[in-house]
Design a protein around this ligand. Structure first.
Ligand code: CU
Ligand code: CU
Ligand code: CU
Length: 493
């Protein structure tokens, strides 16, 4: 298809939540939301099919060179749709690299609006053509990214997605996301040996009966949109085949724009081994795992006897917007995301190691402390809308919000006076959560997204080491980020 160019008006609307109604019909892949929540939706045609893995592109000899083309027209939920993908699939290919590798990505934009690429969680330079969120790749053009992955980079689960300010939520909701795995160094076996190793990239979207992405209104953007269709690797309620005793490592990625995933597997406790790409000190049994948008959790599942066991996403209370907006913000649930189907001959799997190669908490003195406030309130762009700010300001890519000296180890207290939980995300420099206002026990290892409780706070320790350059921190409810809940850090060496 030949998409129409983005209109100036639409670009403005996408950049803010102030307008009461949004322009429609300016793109080929977004459809006006007519008919309400039940009318004219795409019906999945693949419910219960075996879970597939996205295509894998693996590095060889220290280098992975890939072309990623972002375009409309992918298969989702077993149907041909006008949703977005990389190289014709959603999720896009899984990129597998190793510490010390070079990852060269030629990104080609065949969308009708600008885009770019962010390697979420990867510890790489934010400068030039590396993980630089300020870049803009216009429609019809290509850009060559080069990411140098440090030799000491942790082996784990990361992901990639567009990050062009103002359009991030629409493009991820549209289907643009993929897994990015760092494997152990060459010659080293897996840190956790399991019989199966699977990516479960969870996304949500809403598609009309013609397979176009349904446009969301200002209220949905303010709350953080949640799609009516929850997909795993682009599939609706897939079946995950399993044999009794045959352990499976699930690399669960929350690629949803706003949805918080609280997941449990019927009759099967998870054993969590990693969070946001870094190993825990040892395996931790958990009845459920919680993933804010952007988070990754690696769990090991040990299938028991024959049967079908649903993977359930629970209802989640993301805060109470009643006072402000006249509505609640409970994620719908419980809903079945996938089903593990156990059959066949029992298998003896390698035992889990008692300890894992967790990263030590940053040592050394704290060199600085900062307070940061994620705020939302009335009176946003255009008047009458909502304002989404950090320290009272909306995003300005030209402004340095935090000036930091390379090597600093800082403690940040990030407050959230609003009645809605916001996931805090910082690029490039992972942080350790020291405490949360609601008493949630911190994970204890470096991470890159943490949910700031409604009317609460988190306290973080952030070593600004390894890389200098400018990057961003923001709310990973991507509608909020697009509306301005993002700010810059400038780390100078
Ligand atoms: Cu992200
Ligand atoms: Cu937010
Ligand atoms: Cu970001």
């Amino acid at each position: 298809m030949t998409p129409a160019p983005i209109s100036r008006r639409r670009a403005l609307v996408l950049g803010g939540l102030g307008a009461a109604s949004v322009a429609t019909g300016a793109t080929g892949w977004i459809a006006a939301n007519a008919g309400g929540a039940t009318g004219g939706r795409l019906q999945p045609a693949d419910t219960g099919a075996a879970l597939a893995q996205p295509p894998v592109l693996d590095s060889r000899g220290g280098r992975l060179e890939v072309e990623l083309t972002a375009a409309a027209g992918v298969r989702l939920a077993g149907r041909d749709t006008a949703a977005l993908g990389f190289n014709g699939t959603s999720p896009g290919p899984t990129l597998r690299v190793r510490p010390g590798d070079e990852l060269a990505v030629r990104l080609t934009n065949r969308l009708d609006q600008p885009t770019n690429l962010h390697t979420h969680g990867l510890r790489v330079s934010p400068q030039a053509n590396s993980d630089n969120p300020f870049l803009r790749v216009d429609p019809g053009t290509s850009f060559d990214y080069l990411y140098r992955i440090p030799p000491e980079h942790p082996a784990g689960t990361y992901w990639y997605h567009p990050h062009h300010h103002g359009m991030v939520a629409d493009q991820i909701f549209g289907g643009l996301a993929g897994a990015l795995l760092v494997d152990p160094p060459p010659g080293q076996g897996p840190d956790v040996a399991t019989v199966e190793d699977r990516v479960l990239l969870v996304t949500d979207t809403t598609l009309d009966s013609g397979g176009r992405v349904v446009e969301v209104g200002a209220m949905d953007r303010a709350m953080g949109r949640e799609g009516e269709l929850v997909l795993v690797n682009g599939q609706h309620q897939p079946v995950i085949p399993a044999a009794p005793g045959a352990t499976q490592r699930w690399r669960i990625i929350n690629g949803c724009v706003s949805r918080v995933l609280v997941l449990r597997l019927q009759d099967h406790p998870f054993v969590q081994v990693a969070h946001d790409g870094t190993f825990l000190p040892g395996p931790v049994p958990r009845d459920q795992v919680v993933l804010a948008p952007g988070n990754r959790v690696d769990v090991v599942v040990t299938p028991t006897g024959p049967g079908a066991y649903p993977l359930i996403a629970e209802a989640v209370d993301r805060g109470d917007m009643g006072a402000m907006m006249g509505g609640g913000t409970t994620t719908s649930g419980p809903l079945t995301v996938a089903t593990m189907a156990i059959a066949g001959t029992p298998v003896t799997a390698p035992p889990l190691p008692a300890t894992l190669p967790a990263e030590a908490a940053p040592a050394g003195p704290v060199t600085g402390q900062r307070q940061v406030a994620f705020q939302m309130g009335m009176g946003g762009m255009g008047g009458g809308g909502m304002a989404f700010t950090i320290d009272g300001r909306t995003f300005d890519p030209a402004r340095d919000d935090q000036m930091i000296t390379l090597g600093a180890v800082e403690e940040w207290t990030v407050t959230n006076p609003s009645p809605l939980a916001h996931p805090f995300h910082l690029h490039v420099w992972p942080f350790t959560v020291l405490a949360l206002s609601d008493g949630t026990p911190p994970v204890g290892v470096p991470q890159d997204v943490v949910l700031i409780p409604a009317r609460g706070w988190v306290r973080l320790r952030i070593p600004f080491t390894g890389f200098s350059g400018r990057s961003v921190y923001h709310c990973h409810i991507l509608d909020h980020e697009d509306a301005g809940m993002m700010a810059t850090v400038n780390v100078r060496g």
